[in-house]
Design a protein around this ligand. Structure first.
Ligand code: C5P
Length: 218
């Protein structure tokens, strides 16, 4: 039932959360499961693509035929993406990259001090991997995700322009049955000249439909 829609194409996908170390035993992260990105990698491979999946820490098995590179932090993800970028036809940024990381990583476990009821951790901005890829010379077709809780389509369109990418896939995360960590999702895929709604379905089925849509744009 697969039609080889991506035969001969090279696809690079980021998935999962990133983990930003505070000290040797603590980190900042988020609840991304990686399911959507892994489903996209599986769907692209089934359509004949040569798929590289750069994955943050997540508990999912590698889809058949997919080359997987495991990373921890946003900086490591950025480096892995940069190293794999040559000759890619399509980049899908599906990872929930931490926006900020601790300005420095304490070498020893941080101790609580007697009488101290507040503690502050200075954060610095992480690189925007997707926007960076879109800016590279000969950049692939770039697809990003937008998780919004309101004005989903308007914010998504702004993100498309701000990041200089070709397609944004927006999902409404205010519906707690969908999105993060769920097996289901509902999305709208927006490009400069098209807007396609995909109704609630499994992430596997959404991924299959998104890959068909994206392959029609390459
Ligand atoms: O700006 P925002 O985080 O909402 O954008 C989400 C999109 O950008 C996702 O596709 C995500 O993978 C990507 N992104 C990225 N690097 C970042 C932040 C977001 O690649 N540092």
């Amino acid at each position: 039932e697969n039609e080889g829609l991506l035969l001969g194409k090279r696809v690079l996908i980021t998935a999962g959360p990133t983990r930003e170390a505070i000290d040797p035993v603590r980190y900042l992260s988020n609840h991304s499961s990686g399911k959507m990105g892994f489903a996209l990698a599986a769907a692209a491979a089934r359509e004949g693509a040569e798929v590289t999946l750069v994955a943050g820490p997540c508990q999912l098995s590698t889809p058949a035929g997919v080359r997987r590179i495991d990373v921890i932090s946003a900086n490591e993800m950025h480096e892995a993406v940069a190293n794999a970028l040559a000759q890619q036809d399509l980049f899908i940024g599906c990872a929930a990259v931490a926006d900020f990381r601790p300005a420095s990583i304490a070498e020893q476990k941080m101790k609580k001090q007697d009488g101290e009821n507040e503690m502050h951790i200075a954060l610095v901005k992480n690189p925007d991997i997707l926007a960076w890829v879109a800016q590279q010379e000969g950049a692939p077709y770039c697809v990003g995700f937008a998780a919004e809780t309101e004005n989903v389509e308007a914010y998504a369109r702004k993100k498309l322009e701000r990041k200089g990418i070709q397609m944004i896939i927006a999902n409404d995360v205010s519906n707690s049955d969908l999105g993060f960590n769920s097996d289901n999702n509902a999305v709208v895929a927006i490009s400069a000249d098209s807007e396609q709604h995909i109704a609630t379905n499994t992430k596997a089925e959404i991924a299959k439909q998104l890959i068909a849509l994206i392959s029609s744009k390459l």
